[in-house]
Design a protein around this ligand. Sequence first.
Ligand SMILES: [Zn+2]
Length: 346
Amino acid sequence: MKKKLVTLTITGALVLGGTSIVSPTINAAGNGPNYGGNETVNTSILRTHDEMVNFLEKQEAKQNDMELEIIGQTVKGRDLHLVKYMKNPENPTILFLTQQHGNEALTTEGSLEFIKHLGTGKTKGVLDNVNVLIVPMLNADGAMGDVDFSLEDYTASGDRNMTRYNALEVDLNRDHIDRIQPETKALHDNVLGAYDIDYMIDLHHQGTQSERDGDLVSGSILYPTTENVDPEVAYKSKQLGAVVFDEIDSKGWGHLGKYNGGSAETISRNGIAVEYGISTLLFEMRGMSDHFYESYVLGQKSNGYLIKQTVNTLDATVSAIADGSIESKDVSFWDTLSFQTTRPSE
Ligand SMILES: [Zn+2]
């Protein structure tokens, strides 16, 4: 049975799909309604793949420094894109990857806002000192619900359901060694293996009930934890995390925990750090846009601060690499940052 939600009129500034985010609702740390059966969780307000491509093509036409490349196709034939700001190949380079899991959508929305932001001139000069690569919506088929298995039990209403898996029901973030799926193969062949990349942030969404020190978190972060990673790569990953933590945790709406992740190298955070010597950070933001498990889905009143969390993360890390401040970043906060735990259900 597909669950029907009460559909409410969306008011205020949180209308997505091509219009800008004016001012996010600022909630206390990690707040924002959970899915409880009567909030709006409607996928129609999230950009479709076509709308994203349209947005990127318009930005490319407007922005001199931006190049748009097609790096491959999904199982169902959707084009996968790389957004590239590369004035000087000698500069340090950061890659942002979004939506390996198709139901984790706000990081893509945030990265598109950031792309627009890079074209406004407010970051003038920054792109002279850092190269920025963005691969948005890697799992475009899962994001569009265009898959070879049933999404009947999924929670969200709207014009489509969204799933973690690609069209063949494979978790792309377990395919970074074998690269059997066309999405992961495209990422490795035409991005990771094609550019000299120093840093990467892999952007995801987690469930809604994680907390740290008694408060629900707005997200959680983690560096590569496989023992095969070069210690210097791991150290720089921790510095990347320090930039993100200082940027986000100081905000009224921001509260980050440490993600409790494993050491498997099939996962991008670990495998890419080992294979390419790229310093990686996993960022898991609160709440998914759709899932068959209701407790993972977050009401869309939280969209504003989560999109802002993405924009701030990208902005802060790009700036810290451009001005070199990342290289003197203290990593000791990691020793005291608690792992997030799951709030017991009532
Ligand atoms: Zn994910």
